[in-house]
Design a protein around this ligand. Structure first.
Ligand SMILES: Nc1ncnc2c1ncn2[C@@H]1O[C@H](COP(=O)(O)OP(=O)(O)OP(=O)(O)O)[C@@H](O)[C@H]1O
Ligand SMILES: Nc1ncnc2c1ncn2[C@@H]1O[C@H](COP(=O)(O)OP(=O)(O)OP(=O)(O)O)[C@@H](O)[C@H]1O
Length: 574
């Protein structure tokens, strides 16, 4: 920024309290964001990031009633006194929950929505819509209805939608939550390009800090408990321990540097793995650390639990979504399913759980033909946690939601209370047991859906993006909790776009691309194969980049060493 302009977003002693809450969710916020700035807002789950975003785009208090005090001016508009419609001419928003923002009946209509209101000629409108769709790679799905899209595809539609809006402020609330790693990277590049071309002000709320920092941001605003804890340049913030202290995961290459005893400072430019300065002494520390670790243990043999043979399925005749998929999940395994948006990962789970019926192929569970059993029978053995908690939750109160399946089984209220409370405790939700689900943040709702599946004690659980939208503290809590369940004998399968999760928790990865299983390898080996990474829209971990920079080979082993140390450190911390 050359000259000091006046802020485009200005919070002055601003507080906001939802009518349904006893205390303010935002407390005395003072924050100025200037035109053309790129600001990343980070903070633990439930600290008020989405609430802050909702105040900027007019959702609060217009749609979610509440009391505001202090001042909030957005592009010259007194935001708390304006409607969401007035503010939509100034702020374009992409939300965490792509279902909640689909307005059109088809992808094309949805993207064109903003243009229809601007009375633009049809031809021009089609051209702009097609161009925006191409930018996010959804041009082949323009006539699809929302229910025919995968989670990540819906998120791409939302991104295309705001790109055709001509607004001065773009607000992204967890834009990467459902995107495959390669698309996540492209999205950040895209946001960056749009920002550069249009000089839009960009505010991004995101837990995937390392992914956002792939391109430069001007500042990171760290929030905690409704307040602003820090507002610093990325190089400054990443040199401190503030992220870790506030339950946010720092980029993995930085954690590796710290494990080796390297001191970080702003002058070392820690914001990017490519720019971080590693001098001779640091290099020695890293190499010594690498060689000081013990070798990994060999994996044990197991007996088959789920066997899938030649599974083929299409939602519509002539369009195959899954093609000839064969795989075996062993009892006691922890496996991840990874791959491109729309590759068929969720469809695979739906076939296993009985929501859809395959066109051909077999599914065996402990040797039994699963295709002969209905959904309810299968649910006793196989729990399925969907990607979007809002699609799973049907009860108003948290306790009732978790108790639902037990009540359907006819268990006594006493038995139900004991089991539900135990599960809520395990999932960190016990303090909220008497709350309505509507008062929870997205991440908290996700935990409710995990609890409602776990309460049935299934032998296999399939989780679709279990940690999407979770901060590092809850990520660790959920993953350590799933690991604990796994150690007790529950087999865990996770569909994930989080390459860190795959590396840290699942020794084996099943890779899907375009309806096929294209690899069944160790997680570290998958991320060592550039061709596979490209084919399945995955992303290399920054640990590989760091290992290569340090000349440490094989890089796969460097990653393995990091995972072992990290596991040790974190299991002591939990
Ligand atoms: N509509 C609402 N009504 C009442 N309370 C709400 C509402 N939405 C959010 N809250 C409360 O505000 C707090 C902050 O929620 P918010 O969604 O802003 O957090 P967040 O930092 O975005 O979390 P996450 O990272 O999990 O999405 C939560 O603890 C929640 O209880
Ligand atoms: N109900 C449906 N009707 C028609 N087509 C569908 C339906 N559900 C999904 N599809 C299509 O099937 C393909 C696979 O979708 P699926 O949800 O299994 O992908 P995914 O690998 O889980 O993707 P993501 O990573 O984005 O969640 C997509 O191209 C999608 O458009």
């Amino acid at each position: 920024m050359t000259e000091k302009k006046s802020p485009i977003i200005s919070f002055k002693n601003f507080s906001f309290q939802y009518r349904a809450q006893k205390k303010p969710t935002l407390k005395e916020i003072n924050l100025d964001i200037y035109p053309g700035e790129r600001v990343l807002i980070a903070g633990p789950s439930g600290c008020g990031k989405s609430t802050l975003a909702g105040c900027i785009n007019g959702l609060n208090p217009f749609s979610n009633p509440g009391e505001c005090s202090g001042e909030l001016i957005v592009d010259g508009v007194d935001a708390p006194k304006s409607s969401i419609f007035q503010l939509s001419a100034h702020v374009g928003t992409v939300l965490q929950d792509p279902d909640g923002q689909f307005i059109g009946l088809t992808v094309g209509e949805d993207i064109a929505f903003a243009l229809e209101n601007s009375c633009m000629p049809q031809d021009e409108m089609h051209e702009i819509t097609r161009h925006a769709a191409e930018l996010v790679g959804i041009q082949d799905h323009l006539d699809y209805a929302p229910h025919e899209l995968s989670g990540g595809q819906k998120q791409r539609v939302s991104l295309a939608g705001v790109m055709v809006d001509q607004v001065k402020i773009l607000l992204f609330d967890e834009p990467l939550a459902n995107l495959d790693p390669a698309t996540g990277k492209q999205t950040i590049e895209l946001i960056d390009e749009i920002q550069e071309k249009t000089d839009t002000t960009v505010v991004i709320i995101e837990h995937r800090l390392e992914d956002v920092l792939w391109r430069d941001v001007d500042r990171i605003v760290l929030m905690g408990d409704g307040k602003i804890l820090a507002d610093l340049h990325p190089d400054e913030l990443l040199s401190t321990r503030l992220l870790e202290e506030n339950g946010i995961r720092e980029p993995l290459y930085l954690t590796a540097l710290r494990y080796a005893g390297v001191e970080l400072a702003p002058a070392k430019k820690p914001a990017h793995v490519d720019s971080v300065v590693i001098d001779k002494a640091d290099r020695k520390k890293m190499t010594d650390w690498f060689w000081s670790r013990p070798a990994a243990e060999a994996e044990k043999e197991h007996e088959p639990l789920l066997e899938v043979r030649n599974l083929t399925f299409g939602y519509e005749r002539g369009r195959q979504t899954l093609r000839d998929v064969s795989l075996t999940i062993q009892k006691g395994e922890m496996v991840s399913i990874v791959g491109k948006n729309g590759a068929g990962k969720s469809t695979f789970s739906k076939l296993v759980c009985g929501f859809e019926t395959p066109d051909s192929g077999e599914i065996l569970f402990q040797g039994r033909d699963l295709l002969q059993e209905n959904i309810r029978h299968r649910a006793k053995h196989i729990g399925y946690v969907m990607q979007n908690p809002n699609q799973m939750i049907s009860k108003t109160m948290i306790f009732d939601e978790v108790a639902l399946s037990l009540r359907n089984m006819g268990k006594s209220e006493e038995e139900i209370r004991e089991k539900v409370e135990e599960t809520l405790k395990v999932c960190g939700l016990f303090p909220f047991r008497n709350w309505p689900v509507s008062a929870l943040s997205f991440g908290q709702k996700k935990r409710v859906t995990i609890a409602s599946v776990l309460v049935q004690d299934p032998e296999l659980i399939i989780l679709d993006e279990p940690t999407a939208g979770q901060d590092f503290h809850h990520y660790t809590e959920i993953m350590e909790f799933l690991r604990g369940l796994n150690e007790k004998g529950v087999t865990v399968v996770m569909i994930t776009h989080d390459m860190h999760l795959m590396l840290e928790y699942t020794p084996r990865a099943l890779v899907f691309a375009d309806g096929r299983l294209i690899a069944d390898r160790s997680a570290a080996a998958v991320l060592c194969d550039p061709q596979l990474i490209r084919q399945a829209a995955l992303k290399e971990t920054s640990l590989f980049t760091l290992a290569n920079q340090l000349g440490i080979s094989p890089a796969e082993e460097f990653v393995q060493r990091f995972i072992e140390e990290d596991r040790e450190v974190r299991s002591h911390g939990c």
